[in-house]
Design a protein around this ligand. Structure first.
Ligand code: SF4
Length: 239
């Protein structure tokens, strides 16, 4: 005996696995095909310009900005007015242009080019910290680069829907911000979940937030994860 108490697995990991299974039963699989995994820089740019903008629009803008300037280094050196024009479909084009230029310029200052390949040699924690030190990059964007790009690392993306659902289930403290929600949830992910499983988990929880667990008046009576939700069972006791 090494003096440590024989703790078993955290029961909240089982709760998360039950939630995941219930969401697949309700919504079906939401898997990201391998061909949809993009270059990490593309994924970073898509996140940095994407505030309050639908994913499909940000995807098109990211392709558009690269097509217009032909390299990420040229994007970093572009005039803000020109960048803003190419990003006109984003919800906040001027903010997107400023953030993008600052972020890409910071990468060039550190690495000599817009290149993130060095992150594949770093442990997750160090790679996340490096990304989060870039202007305009928080926990959600950093986790997105690590998990959903061709890096395919075991990192959990948490957006507003995901955070709200998990706060209501009780797995995340009620007023937790994204970073705190991430810190609460990462250790609870089942060990056997791959990067693709974690990606799918986020997409399923997000779907629940869009369909049933709306900000006002959540549909608890018909919610597929109701038995595993602290808020839902308080409003609508399990029968
Ligand atoms: S039971 Fe209600 S509060 Fe809980 S996740 Fe479902 S809709 Fe949201």
């Amino acid at each position: 005996m090494d003096g440590k108490l024989p703790f078993g697995p955290d029961p909240r990991t089982d709760q998360l696995a039950r939630i995941h299974a219930a969401l697949i039963r309700a919504f079906g699989r939401i898997e990201r095909p391998d061909e949809k995994r993009r270059d990490p820089v593309w994924t970073l740019v898509q996140g940095v310009i994407g505030a309050q903008t639908k994913t499909a629009i940000s995807n098109a803008s990211t392709d558009g900005v690269l097509a217009r300037f032909e390299s990420w280094e040229a994007v970093a050196g572009a005039e803000l007015d020109d960048l803003q024009q190419v990003l006109a479909n984003q919800t906040f084009p001027s903010v997107a242009a400023e953030r993008l230029k600052a972020c890409l310029s910071a990468i060039i200052a550190e690495r000599g080019a817009v290149d993130l390949r060095h992150l594949s040699n770093l442990p997750d924690e160090q790679a996340m910290a490096w990304l989060e030190a870039l202007p305009g990059v928080g926990r959600k964007i950093a986790a997105g680069v690590m998990n959903t790009s061709i890096f395919a690392r075991r990192q959990l993306v948490i957006d507003g829907h995901h955070r709200r659902v998990m706060q209501r289930t009780g797995l995340v403290p009620p007023r937790a911000d994204t970073a705190r929600a991430y810190t609460a949830l990462m250790p609870l992910l089942p060990e056997e979940w791959s990067a693709a499983d974690i990606d799918e988990h986020h997409l399923l929880v997000k779907r629940l937030g869009q369909v049933h667990c709306r900000p006002a008046r959540p549909h608890c009576a018909v919610c597929p994860i109701h038995p595993d939700c602290e808020t839902g069972t308080a409003i609508e006791p399990v029968r």
